[in-house]
Design a protein around this ligand. Structure first.
Ligand code: F6P
Length: 551
């Protein structure tokens, strides 16, 4: 059964009419007309203050968008997620990452079974294991303290923990380094391992499936590096793993005490709250991780219980969708003005684009509108000196998120003043622009070059500080934002079939390059396999094989 049309809904049509009116207005006028605009269009939730007044909206816009969200069943969808329903329909799975940060006694059910006892037991094991490693009770095979953690994973088993560990650098144990390897190009692993001593190195293999080609290649290489120096028996003391595929991890040689489970109801890009957070726990300690869970839990309660109009993730979702669908904005830019959050855009890319980069609705019919935007970004200061030109003067409209913590690693020192001044100046410039009449001293021929249209939207998130608690809130905020947008578009935000075809095609090319003897299905020779491909793929593959033969 196909779901009712999105664009024929009265709420959608009311928004189209409203967009035509707002489209003719400049934010300068909206600010001038309402001295209380900031108060009306900003929202504080605990340590996060969100200013969304520099958007092409009025309070009426939020009301109309909330009506659309209601008409698309956002409240019911939200309840279904918390109730553990199998809302990931194409994989027939529940979506219950919120259970991972449920620190109350509240049961969280999947198919009538409370998952919390297992979640709590795993948390307790993670704490015990990390305490042992950090205190030197868990030693390497030659009785040396573990001094280096190397996480091997990719996608959600890499981006989330890498971002969080980096953001919480101030909380890391000084004598325990942590590094992240995802790329099967040996250059990355070799670079990480070069200064390390296997005797005090612990590898954490993070893979929900334990079958991901890049991760297993790196895990095998890491294992070879270790065993060539310390022998086979050392594996048990120098490897830990996180996976739903516990048997595969144990088969790899990892000691069962160091294998931590996850569950099919945790999506990769939502998994940093699970045992996938192990490198963070090892580096920063369980208390810091638990505080991050507490922050996410606070955001969950807010998201679950607040009305749509007073709900921070919902508001950000609605504003984002407003530009995607009513202003044809192709992308969104995220700029943290804080070095510690520099990796956030990479985490968000997977979170948003893998969730909502979809062309069909849940029932398999083509979407009627644009869906998830391209997400890009980077540290605010650096980005100002690179892609901000396009944000200010390109005909494309790119809504922006600015994120800044009021206190930096050095407290509220002068470096914060400079960052804050620049972040505010950029949002002001995007909003106001500069008219030709304000360029009286500029030669006529240069005026259009120096003119800024303005009317370019941005949200600003002010964080009281960047503690583990606030970081947890921030990540959960964006998770729920993406979920709400997916609900309105009618998507399954929790599958990622779009990454599969390339994986399958690569699987058939690997033996051609690596070992033609491995070609077991289909044409029996490398030439045969390549003949079945298009001329471009075959031509490039042959060029690679020739170069390889000449070495
Ligand atoms: O290829 C995409 C993906 O499936 C992601 O969704 C996931 O986070 C990543 O690969 C890694 O998968 P795994 O944790 O199973 O190794």
């Amino acid at each position: 059964m196909s779901s009712p049309s999105l664009t024929t809904l009265p709420a959608w049509q009311a928004l189209q009419t409203h967009a035509a009116v707002i489209g003719g207005q400049h934010m300068r006028e909206l600010f001038a007309a309402d001295p209380d605009r900031f108060a009306r269009l900003s929202f504080s939730f605990g340590p996060i203050r969100a200013d969304y007044s520099k958007n092409r909206i009025t309070p009426e816009t939020i009301g109309l968008l909330a009506e659309l969200a209601r008409a698309r069943g956002v409240e019911a969808g939200r309840a279904a997620m918390f109730a553990g329903e199998r809302i990931n329909t194409t994989e027939n799975r529940a979506v219950l990452h919120v259970a991972l940060r449920n620190r109350e006694e509240r049961p969280m059910m999947v198919d009538g079974i409370d998952v919390m006892p297992e979640v709590r037991a795993t948390r307790a094991r993670l704490k015990a294991f990390s305490d042992k490693v950090r205190s030197g009770q868990w030693k390497g095979a030659t009785d040396k303290w573990i001094k280096h953690i190397v996480n091997i994973g990719i996608g959600g088993s890499h981006l989330g923990p890498m971002f969080v560990a980096d953001a919480l650098k101030d909380f890391q144990k000084p004598d325990l380094s942590v590094a992240f390897v995802s790329n099967p190009d040996r250059a990355q692993l070799d670079e990480v391992l070069a200064p390390l001593d296997p005797a005090n190195t612990l590898f954490v293999i993070c893979s929900k499936t334990f079958t991901t080609a890049e991760t297993t290649a790196n895990a095998d290489a890491a294992r070879a590096w270790l065993t060539s120096r310390l022998g086979e028996s050392a594996v048990a003391k120098h490897f830990a793993a996180v996976s739903t595929n516990v048997d595969a991890a144990v088969k790899f040689g990892i000691h069962p005490d160091a294998v931590f489970p996850m569950w099919d109801w945790v999506g990769g890009r939502y998994s940093v709250w699970s045992a996938i957070g192990l490198p963070v726990i090892l580096a920063c300690g369980f208390e810091a991780f638990d505080q991050m869970l507490a922050g996410a839990e606070a955001m969950d309660r807010h998201f679950e219980t607040a009305s749509l109009e007073q709900n921070l993730p919902v508001i950000l979702a609605l504003i984002g969708l407003w530009y995607t669908d009513f202003f044809d904005a192709p992308a969104v830019a995220v700029m943290p003005y804080d070095h510690r959050l520099k990796l956030f855009p990479f985490h968000l890319q997977q979170l948003d684009m893998e969730s909502n980069g979809k062309g069909v609705t849940k029932d398999g019919t083509p979407v009627e509108t644009k869906t998830g935007p391209v997400v890009f970004g980077g540290g605010g200061s650096d980005s100002q000196h690179s892609f901000f030109q396009l944000l200010h003067q390109s005909p494309r409209l790119i809504p922006c998120d600015f994120i800044i913590a009021l206190k930096g690693a050095d407290g509220s020192g002068p470096s914060r003043d400079l960052l804050m001044a620049n972040a505010l100046a950029q949002t002001e410039a995007l909003m106001k622009g500069r008219k030709a009449v304000e360029l009286a001293d500029t030669p006529e021929g240069l005026r259009s070059h120096r003119e800024f249209s303005g009317n370019r939207p941005s949200n600003t998130l002010l964080l009281d500080e960047l503690s583990p608690y606030v970081l947890g809130m921030l990540i959960a905020l964006y998770e729920h934002k993406v979920f709400v947008q997916g609900l309105i578009w009618g998507l399954n935000s929790f599958d990622q079939w779009g990454v599969e075809l390339g994986k399958e095609l690569a699987k058939s090319l690997v033996p051609v390059f690596f070992d033609p003897a491995l070609i077991v299905n289909g044409p029996a020779t490398a030439e045969g396999v390549l003949k079945a491909r298009d001329s471009s793929t075959a031509g490039l593959a042959l060029a690679y094989l020739q170069a390889k033969a000449q070495k």
